[in-house]
Design a protein around this ligand. Structure first.
Ligand SMILES: Nc1ncnc2c1ncn2[C@@H]1O[C@H](COP(=O)(O)OP(=O)(O)OP(=O)(O)O)[C@@H](O)[C@H]1O
Length: 979
């Protein structure tokens, strides 16, 4: 494991650093200087002895305290050495080549030939070896040689001389001169050890004692390797534990225990070494004791011997003490190391624990972030955009992909230089699926959307991309379907069934499917057995909630039914082979799933619908080699896709006008793109290099789509009561429409009634008069009544023609632009700043009936009748709206109400029922309160009602305006007089 290796290295380097920090200070630096000092002292001692032995003149080139070089040069010719040896052991070197006495020798003795010098040195060494004394190499007398070995040999010779002297002095006891024995080496070594020990405690003792390497045993091994060797197992366990992240809590404990083990091992080693040093020293001391006691036994109590022995003990003691001090320092250093180790390891442990913790939470946080981001997107109503990269098709495996890398929601494309300096361009989406993403993975991210359809939201998922980029594959699946390769459509429906089953105790769901295609700007039903020839219309905000109400709506209850339906749909779909896709969809297809769920307890009805749109592929016409019909298809496809682009741009820029009506596709998607639906776009790209320009433009388009904010989606919910009331209203309306239709037809079939008679009685004011007189009426408490005569063009009443009402009476539409016959007129009056059509066409009174012209029926203009609320003088009782007469007109009146209300709505206010209109003081003798009744009625064609109503109108008007008029009029053959 690479990371484990790294960790080992870092631990090793920590250990090494620490060792480097402490080890040199504890041993090398200290001992090196001590060693240097001691070496110098020993050199001086050797030089002093040589000068003393050979005589100042014999050793004239040797200063008292020579440097290494001076020492080497002084002995280089071997004369001093041979002479000294011959002094100690006469004739040990039989022939010494002397330098000429009178010559002024250069310091390095160059006057003699190298060979002569070599002879001296060689003879000296041979003699030395014979005495069992340590020797050196001739090269040690050269520059760069080991001068210390020369010093050792000289001092050994000195020691030998002293011992010989002692032996000679005590020869009677020892029985003659001490002869170097065959085991002389051992003897010498034993005797040399004390000062050898002092020479280099930490690094020398390069001798074998009883077959054991002293260096091995005594040197305090702080090497990294040994530390790691000793603790490698623990370290590995630690590293493994940390990296496998079994339990981060244990890391500090493990570090602690490992550290303890390492420290114990160090201490153990120090203790061993301490014992070994002590026993070594004791051994050497006791050997000296033995020599000494032997000499005492022999009765030799000379002062020199005591002095020598005392000095020796003193030196040994001092050295033991020094060694102990060194051990103490080392131990303190180890303690320091231990605490530093401990601290660093526990910090490291904590850090790793934190990292492990953070790492485990990292993915959770990422997931959380994505959810939150999506929630924000939902709230803002952003269109979600997912990107999917198609894999290479069979036989394309060696082609280079234009996709550089994918990082969750980011895709980086390798671009030709013209698209960017770096040759890379990144795009961000809600999610990006690589070529290896399975259908299941792709769908799993959409499941929340599917759920929301069941919760009463409208959802739209549409697949966009270049031709052959995998849209149909995502939405439906490949040509040969398996359970794994099912596309979004099947899976979505499957999920809907599944969830609806889960909720069956709370909700009762009905699921129905429509499947249409837009081919060459024509909407066709794909679920009809008659072939998709019937052209359909798209209705936005249609009452039934169906965008294409005339397309087959098939109820489904199982996935099997869905599969069957889809295969019918796929068969009917316009598909053909293009140069770029052998099964290219030449149309935009849309599967719409309608879901209605009734809450079994509250009766609340949730209605959701989901559009699953597989757009036809955008393509470059020259690239797809389209001709004839294919060219026409491609042009339609491209046109509708660019209309989609325009809509997206307008939405992204929050334009006041969004050109939905420019294509059937945008009309179909209007509710999803501009409404309160949850919308997801699946953008597809092909990985081939020659598709790079389409890929870039597709991704740019998709980025733009992602910026569109639709506003928070809204649930389509109706409480049970509201629903019932709506149903009642709808029922009443249709009954009314039916009745009205019958009524209307009966009137139309009685032409006589429309005949306008000439010679109307001047006694009865025409509408013209009535309205003109209104001009003189003052509105009490409100602004003045204003009247104006308007043109006769019915288009001025456009609003009437586009109200809801005419929708149920389609005949009315056709009068929208009809001119009213000359002589007919309408008046627009503003009462309390609200525009009201007071009258329209003249009515003719035939003595019994007031006849309305055709245009009245055709135009259905809003009316207001002005009448007296109360006849204060009681002379002429006037029927009011609650009179029996008016009851007959119930059906008519409700229509009129609608118009009236519509008109009020149009003016975004209401005329208060009960507004008082007062006759000007100047005119009439008496003032009458006139009420502008909100629920006024249009005179109905029914004679009786008309009579009553016209009475109302006329009488009230007359009362109002006819001051001075004799007030007679005829009604039903009687003359009424009005005072
Ligand atoms: N994710 C995928 N894994 C395997 N094959 C795929 C994938 N996406 C697409 N294909 C294959 O690539 C080819 C083209 O795919 P598809 O017909 O879905 O493209 P399209 O965008 O719908 O094209 P068109 O717009 O021309 O209809 C098909 O053979 C399809 O099976």
């Amino acid at each position: 494991m690479a990371s484990e290796g790294l960790f080992s290295i870092s631990v090793a380097s920590v250990v090494e650093d620490m060792l480097k920090q402490h080890a040199p200070r504890l041993s090398d630096i200290d001992l090196a200087s001590r060693k240097e000092e001691e070496a110098a002292l020993r050199r001086y001692e050797a030089a002093g002895w040589l000068r003393k032995t050979v005589g100042v003149f014999g050793a004239r080139d040797l200063p008292d305290e020579p440097s290494e070089d001076e020492f080497r040069l002084g002995l280089r010719n071997g004369i001093v050495l041979c002479n000294a040896l011959n002094k100690v052991q006469p004739a040990a070197v039989p022939k010494v080549v002397e330098a000429p006495a009178d010559s002024a020798l250069p310091p390095d003795g160059a006057a003699l030939s190298a060979y002569q010098y070599f002879e001296n040195v060689r003879n000296f060494l041979v003699a030395l070896e014979e005495l069992g004394l340590p020797t050196f190499e001739t090269s040690d007398l050269e520059r760069g040689g080991k001068g210390s070995r020369v010093v050792d040999s000289v001092l050994a010779l000195k020691s030998y001389s002293e011992n010989k002297q002692v032996a000679r002095n005590g020869s009677s006891k020892y029985g003659g001169a001490l002869k170097p024995s065959s085991s002389g080496k051992y003897f010498v070594r034993r005797n040399l050890e004390p000062f050898m020990n002092s020479l280099s405690r930490s690094q020398s003792f390069n001798k074998v004692r009883d077959g054991v390497s002293v260096e091995q045993n005594l040197s305090i091994d702080f090497s990294v390797e040994s530390t790691e060797m000793a603790s490698s197992h623990s370290l590995k366990t630690l590293v493994h534990t940390i990296l496998s992240d079994k339990n981060p809590e244990e890391v500090p404990l493990l570090v602690e225990s490992m550290l303890s083990k390492v420290m114990q091992e160090f201490e153990h080693r120090i203790a061993c070494k301490s014992d070994l040093v002590t026993s070594t020293l004791n051994a050497s001391t006791s050997s000296e004791d033995m020599d000494f006691s032997t000499s005492l036994k022999d009765g030799d109590t000379s002062k020199d011997k005591f002095l020598n022995a005392g000095l020796f003990f003193h030196r040994q003691k001092r050295e033991i003490q020094e060694l102990k001090n060194t051990l103490l320092t080392t131990r303190a250093g180890m303690e320091l190391m231990r605490s530093q180790f401990h601290k660093e390891f526990s910090d490291l442990g904590k850090h790793i624990k934190m990292l492990a913790h953070a790492a485990s939470g990292y993915h959770k946080v990422l997931e959380e972030n994505r959810k939150l981001y999506n929630q924000v997107q939902d709230l803002k109503g952003n269109i979600r955009v997912y990107c999917r990269v198609r894999p290479f098709l069979t036989g394309q495996s060696s082609i280079m992909s234009t996709v550089d890398h994918i990082d969750d929601g980011k895709i980086t494309i390798i671009t030709p230089s013209k698209y960017g300096k770096e040759g890379r361009k990144s795009f961000n989406f809600n999610k990006v699926f690589g070529p290896s993403a399975t259908q299941e993975e792709v769908f799993s991210d959409m499941q929340p959307l599917i759920r929301s359809v069941l919760d009463g939201y409208n959802v739209c998922i549409f697949a966009y991309g270049q031709t052959g980029s995998g849209k149909t594959y995502t939405m439906s699946g490949p040509k040969i379907l398996t359970e794994e390769s099912f596309g979004v459509n099947y899976r979505a429906l499957n999920d809907l069934f599944h969830i609806s089953k889960q909720r069956k105790d709370m909700f009762c769901y009905e699921i129905a499917v429509q499947m249409i295609e837009i081919y060459n700007e024509q909407v066709r039903d794909l679920l009809t057995n008659d072939g998709p020839q019937k052209r359909l219309d798209i209705h936005n905000s249609s009452q039934k909630g169906l965008a294409v109400p005339d397309a087959s709506l098939v109820h489904v209850a199982s996935t099997e039914e869905v599969i069957e339906l889809m295969s019918i749909g796929q068969r009917n779909r316009a598909v053909s082979a293009t140069a770029m896709n052998d099964r290219s969809s030449r149309s935009h297809s849309c599967v719409t799933i309608h879901v209605q769920g009734r809450d079994l307890t509250s009766g609340v009805v949730l209605r959701g619908c989901m559009h699953l749109v597989d757009l036809a592929g955008s393509e470059r016409v020259n690239k797809s080699e389209a001709k004839g019909d294919r060219l026409k298809e491609a042009q339609h496809i491209n046109k509708s896709l660019s209309a989609l682009g325009d809509v997206i741009s307008a939405l992204a820029q929050k334009s006041s006008h969004v050109p939905y009506r420019n294509s059937k596709l945008t009309q179909l998607l209007q509710d999803s793109l501009g409404g309160q639906a949850k919308t997801l776009m699946f953008v597809h790209i092909s990985p081939e290099e020659d598709a790079i320009s389409e890929t870039i433009s597709t991704l740019k388009f998709a980025e733009r789509v992602a910026t569109v904010e639709l506003g928070a989606a809204q649930v389509n919910k109706q409480s049970g009561e509201v629903k019932e009331l709506r149903q009642q209203v709808a029922g009443l309306k249709s009954a009314l429409a039916k009745k009205e239709g019958e009524h209307f037809r009966s009137i139309m079939s009685t032409p006589g009634i429309y005949k306008i008679r000439s010679g109307t009685s001047p006694e009865y004011p025409t509408q013209m008069q009535i309205v003109e007189d209104l001009r003189n009426i003052e509105v009490r408490d409100y602004s003045a009544v204003m009247q104006e005569k308007v043109g006769t063009d019915l288009s001025l009443l456009k609003a009437t023609g586009s109200s809801h009402w005419p929708e149920s009476y389609p005949e009315h539409h056709k009068f929208g632009n009809k001119k009213i016959d000359s002589g007919e007129w309408i008046n627009k009056v503003t009462i309390n700043k609200h525009e009201v059509i007071v009258s329209n066409a003249p009515r003719e009174w035939d003595g019994d009936n007031l006849h309305m012209p055709d245009s009245f029926y055709q135009g259905c203009f809003p009316h207001v009748s002005v009448f007296s609320d109360q006849q204060k003088d009681g002379a002429n009782s006037v029927a009011t709206d609650d009179s029996d007469d008016l009851d007959l007109a119930t059906s008519d009146s409700s229509d009129c109400d609608m118009l009236w209300q519509y008109n009020l709505q149009k003016n975004s206010n209401t005329i208060n029922s009960g507004s008082r209109i007062k006759k000007p003081q100047s005119g009439p003798t008496r003032s009458h309160d006139i009420r502008v009744q909100k629920n006024s009625y249009i005179p109905s064609p029914s004679g009786k009602m008309l009579n009553s109503h016209s009475q109302i109108v006329n009488s009230s008007m007359r009362q109002l305006i006819s001051t001075g008029i004799d007030g007679k009029r005829r009604q039903n053959g009687k003359t009424l007089s009005i005072k």
